[in-house]
Design a protein around this ligand. Sequence first.
Ligand SMILES: Nc1nc(=O)c2c([nH]1)NC[C@@H]1CN(c3ccc(C(=O)N[C@@H](CCC(=O)O)C(=O)O)cc3)C=[N+]21
Ligand SMILES: [Mg+2]
Length: 304
Amino acid sequence: MSTVSPDMAAKIIDGKAIARSLTEQVGRDVAAFVERGNTLPGLAVVLVGNDPASEVYVKNKALQTHRAGMRSFMHMLPQSTSQAELLDLIADLNANSQIHGILVQLPLPAQIDPVVVTNAIVAHKDVDGLGEINAGRMALGIDGIVPCTPLGCLKLLQSVHTDMQGKHAVIIGASNLVGKPMAQLMLREGCTVSVGHIHTRDTRALAREGDILVVATGKHGLVRGDWIKPGATVIDVGITRVPTEHGKTRLVGDVAFEEALPVAGHITPVPGGVGPMTIACLLHNTLQAALLAQNVVSRPDQKV
Ligand SMILES: Nc1nc(=O)c2c([nH]1)NC[C@@H]1CN(c3ccc(C(=O)N[C@@H](CCC(=O)O)C(=O)O)cc3)C=[N+]21
Ligand SMILES: [Mg+2]
């Protein structure tokens, strides 16, 4: 980025590099696991419909899965797929001993209830950690599978904070996919946690209180420079493709990056921040699921 001076560059949390090193670690652990006579860990990714952006992510996931030495099973179903057909596929994947992790890409077409589908995945293969068993375990502070995006955000935060106890973590967005599980993780770190959402009266004032600010709203550019407490660590989960004046497109986050950069202590870029970490954590969760299936550990070790 040409407008970024060298001392500014030091503030940018390099999600791509941190994701690469996590993926390499998973790859070494997979090799050791196979060396001990275990079957290759396998991840099934299910995509319903043909949203071009989702197809890019799904292909990226398959590529990274192979890079970590695991097997990848892709299921691309038409937009018209019924809920019953999808549940049949999930039942097959649940029963297939070659498959240790199952991820159904969200959002799903209107005729399919995402809650029903998510809960149809057997808990020990729920590598997204979104089913009621893993979500409940996290709420109760019991080890389980932690959702990939919040886990990736936590690892990015840990790259700049050795201890987050007592810090005020403000999370903007209260989705089941990111905001709610992120709040649980930050509580577990000993943070004071606030969650802002669509009905919050003064989101800017709330955001400005955050020593740590995690933004996951899907509204690109929502968080301006003056929404950020000077020196705060900012994690931008948003990723939106917008047109440029040259008739091309580019990816932007929920944070107005150029404004936020001089104010924040540390900040994640888009692309190259949370996105690559989400995929690396998916691989990490898949290996944990395979360890669980082989009874190497009695519960997925998600102590992070
Ligand atoms: N059940 C489910 N689990 C998910 O984790 C899930 C999902 N559904 N639905 C869609 C969102 C989105 N998502 C991304 C993953 C990687 C990048 C990623 O790798 N982004 C790159 C850029 C990729 C590009 O160039 O398009 C980056 O930020 O650097 C982005 C977005 C996972 N999601
Ligand atoms: Mg990103």
